[in-house]
Design a protein around this ligand. Structure first.
Ligand code: NAD
Length: 357
């Protein structure tokens, strides 16, 4: 059955990089009969300029009806002084919350051709391939009560609530175990069970769900140790699962092991594996409109979309291999350029990936 893909290019470099991912998907429609229909709409500052809001209701409806969403990035200098309620980022947050995208998948994968781009020694990071599964709609970022109150003695006190219900932990656990089943079958659950009761429950539920996946080796690690192990010996990890706040921090740490933000894809999934796919970087307004941004993170996000939402594993691998081939040929956008390589533009990089398919 034909699948519907909604493309939301957004702001800054968003339109340039999504155009290249669309080019790759169009090529697969012709070469491999990929059965999708793509339509495009506005999000972020681009939507604000037209509709006065960063995500129009009609766009939200289209997103609900689509099988998957491919997003560029939102934000830019032009909209920074707007009221917080209509800032570009609010468009993204509405998409995530209205669609219940509770599972954020961020691979930290280092193409060996780019091992020099990391600040860590090549032998520590070469071959790095980690998938971080972060719970995205619960935990301390959403827990109630929250706020700043004034105590009887007149002192102000800030407070947040770290809360996870069993069902929230279970559903993210299933996503993580299923992802591990598709990879090396090793899962590390990160918590702070020695101090926080909420993560003691997290650990218990992970163990319970783990019984349904006997092939997956489950380990637990305290978050402080995980932060350390990620820079000490990152290749020990296959899939890492954790809550919203720890995941926020650890996924940024892991992504920087690869040294290049222009290469990193991400997926946010709901309970039925419907998802939104976007590069991990922002809208890079400093280089927008110059045809120099790296489109590979977005192209690799399109590969994740094929894998997780559209059931096209073979074509996902085909895109990933094409990206690797292009890097083998020495083609580099400015952000990953090193001496001796061939510097290419955004569109030339997209063309090269299509050619390598
Ligand atoms: P950024 O990721 O946009 O840029 C950081 C640096 O990385 C910049 O120097 C940029 O030129 C470079 N860079 C980023 N992506 C690149 C690519 N594909 N190719 C080459 N270089 C690339 O982060 P920022 O500068 O902190 O934020 C810029 C805007 O993006 C802000 O408005 C911010 O709110 C927004 N933002 C959006 C998202 C999102 O849409 N998911 C995420 C983060 C930031």
């Amino acid at each position: 059955m034909t699948k519907q893909v909604l493309v939301l290019p957004g702001d800054g470099i968003g339109p340039e990089i999504t155009a290249e991912a669309v080019k790759v998907l169009e090529a697969l429609k012709i070469s491999d009969g990929l059965d999708i229909v793509m339509s495009e709409d506005l999000v972020g500052g681009a939507a604000y300029d037209v509709h006065g809001v960063p995500l129009a209701d009609e766009t939200m409806e289209k997103a609900q009806q689509a099988d998957a969403i491919l997003l560029g990035a939102v934000g830019g200098y032009k909209w920074e002084s707007l009221d917080i309620s209509v800032r570009p980022e609010k468009g993204l947050l509405r998409l995530r919350s209205d669609m219940s995208l509770f599972a954020n998948l961020r691979p930290a994968y280092l193409f060996e051709q780019l091992a020099d781009a990391s600040t860590l020694k090549p032998e520590v990071v070469a071959g790095l391939d980690i998938l971080i599964v972060r719970e995205l709609t619960g935990g301390i970022y959403f827990g109630q009560p929250r706020g700043v109150r004034t105590l009887e003695n007149g002192e102000r006190q800030g407070y947040n609530t770290y809360v996870y219900s069993e069902s929230e932990i279970k559903r993210i656990a299933h996503v993580a175990f299923q992802a591990a089943m598709k990879r090396d079958k090793k899962l590390t659950s990160v918590d702070k069970a020695n101090v926080l009761e909420v993560t003691e429950l997290w650990r218990e539920v992970m163990e319970e769900v783990g019984k349904e996946y006997p092939e997956v080796e489950l380990k637990h690690m305290y978050v402080d140790n995980a932060a350390m192990q990620l820079v000490l010996n990152p290749k020990q990890f296959d899939v890492l699962v954790t809550g919203n706040m720890f995941g926020d921090i650890l996924s940024d740490e892991a992504s920087m092991l690869t040294g290049s933000i222009g290469m990193l894809a991400s997926a946010s999934l709901d309970e039925n594996n419907k998802g939104m796919y976007e590069p991990s970087h922002g809208s890079a307004p400093d280089i927008a409109g110059q045809n120099i941004a790296n489109p590979l993170a977005t192209i690799l996000s399109a590969a994740m979309m094929l894998r997780y939402s559209l059931g096209q594993e073979v074509l996902a691998v085909k895109i990933e291999n094409a990206v690797s081939t292009v890097l083998d040929k020495g083609l580099r956008t400015g952000d990953i350029y090193s001496e001796g390589m061939t510097k290419v533009s955004t569109s030339e990089m997209g063309d090269a990936v299509v050619a390598a398919l």
